[in-house]
Design a protein around this ligand. Structure first.
Ligand SMILES: Nc1ncnc2c1ncn2[C@@H]1O[C@H](COP(=O)(O)OP(=O)(O)O)[C@@H](O)[C@H]1O
Ligand code: SF4
Ligand SMILES: [Mg+2]
Length: 373
């Protein structure tokens, strides 16, 4: 039997640690078998949910992962938190290979990587008090903080903006936004270093979304926790992330610094996502009469994705080469360092104001203004 994974103690100064990769993923792949046939069921195909992705997240970095429904975002999150076993590739956390680590070996990692789920209704046990829910991770991991678990839970309630006196209440006594705050408190209970937040605000009213995003951002900055923030909505990710990766049918098709991705996107799909905002009247300026890109057709099935570039069936720039050669994810001319694009015929980098195309919810826009001010 293998020994427990021993995670190294933090080294160097805080500034040095910020540049250290916390999580590194290489060639990460998850294929789900498709069963068919009668009377004997056999594997008739594979859902290529995640198909060879590379990414790294630094200490205390906020990283956004975006793409349409079904492109493999949740599967990626579940692979990283090791709720799913990868089909291929490697996951390394603080320099340790955890790709196929067993349950017992994973224990120290499990406490450092936490998850926040989309649905605050189904992710909390309705029969448990808030105190019990939030102290659950401490109980499972046998952790007794100084002053006791109840004291720690009260502290956590305060951190997430809930009344510590509500320790004995049940989830149904809280609103959607408050329930998501309970989910955040639970994720914080073990002092994590990385939180995977899978569409944490998608199920909330628009008016509440900005409050929860703001809370997450505070937590990320003040407690120095790295985030993988998953969303289908570029507006939310723009507010939160230092770097952004765009996924399409199981692959990362563009990745880079937030400004680089939002103001100088090179992949046609990123352009389409940036222009996929509701038809509203923009304020005076360049964006006002911009042509909106309407993506034709549905996302193809991940069981038999298109050959070559997976986006080619919906791409207005597709040529023969796109059907025969998979475009590599590389830095193309004109891109900043770290900005990678997978396209044979990328968009012109001179289009510099696509960021204007995102119409933020007024509450989110207000948050951005506070940030910059
Ligand atoms: N347990 C599973 N078994 C089979 N297919 C799955 C399973 N989980 C997800 N998938 C499929 O994998 C693809 C990616 O799903 P998912 O990661 O949930 O996408 P997203 O979170 O981006 O909406 C989808 O086609 C989905 O149907
Ligand atoms: S490789 Fe071809 S099909 Fe794919 S995004 Fe680029 S131009 Fe479009
Ligand atoms: Mg999902």
């Amino acid at each position: 039997m293998k020994e427990d994974l021993v995670l190294p103690a933090p080294r160097g100064t805080a500034a040095e640690r910020e540049r250290e990769p916390l999580l590194e993923v290489s060639g990460l792949t998850k294929h789900f078998p498709v069963k068919g046939g009668f009377p004997i069921k056999r594997t008739v195909g594979q859902v290529q949910a995640v198909d060879g992705i590379d990414l790294s997240i630094g200490v205390a970095e906020s990283f956004g992962l975006v793409g349409e429904s079904g492109c493999g975002k949740s599967t990626t999150g579940r692979l990283i938190t090791r709720l799913l076993e990868p089909t291929g590739g490697t996951i390394s956390y603080r320099g340790r290979d955890i790709t196929h680590a067993r349950r017992k070996q994973l224990a120290p990692v499990r406490s450092e990587i936490q998850m926040i789920f989309q649905d605050p209704y189904s992710s909390l046990n309705p029969r448990q008090t808030v105190g019990k829910i939030i102290s659950g991770p401490m109980e499972i991991n046998g952790i007794d903080p100084a002053g006791g678990r109840e004291k720690r839970v009260r502290e956590l309630l305060e951190i997430v903006g809930l009344n510590p006196e509500h320790y004995n209440r049940f989830p149904h006594e809280f609103s959607g936004g408050q329930r998501q705050r309970i989910g955040v408190a639970r994720a914080l209970a073990l002092d994590p270093k990385l939180i995977v937040a899978d569409e944490p605000v998608s199920a909330l009213d628009v008016s509440i979304q900005a409050q929860v995003v703001n809370l997450l951002q505070q937590v990320q900055r003040e407690l120095g926790i790295a985030f993988l923030f998953i969303a289908h909505d570029l507006a939310v990710v723009r507010h939160f992330s230092q770097r952004v990766a765009v996924m399409y049918l199981g692959k990362i098709i563009e990745i880079g610094d937030r400004d680089s991705i939002y103001t100088r996107p090179r992949h046609p799909y990123t352009h389409a996502l940036l222009s996929a905002v509701p038809e509203v009247t923009l304020t005076e300026g360049a964006g006002r009469n911009r042509e909106r890109i309407r993506l034709a057709g549905d996302v193809p099935s991940p069981i038999s994705p298109p050959s070559g570039c997976r986006f080619r069936t919906r791409c207005w720039k597709a040529q023969d080469k796109c059907a025969t050669e998979v475009p590599p994810l590389v830095r193309i001319e004109g891109n900043r360092e770290g900005h990678l694009t997978a396209c044979h015929f990328p968009e012109d980098p001179t289009i510099t104001d696509r960021g204007e195309d995102i119409v933020l919810d007024p509450a989110l826009a207000a948050l951005e203004e506070t940030d910059q001010g």
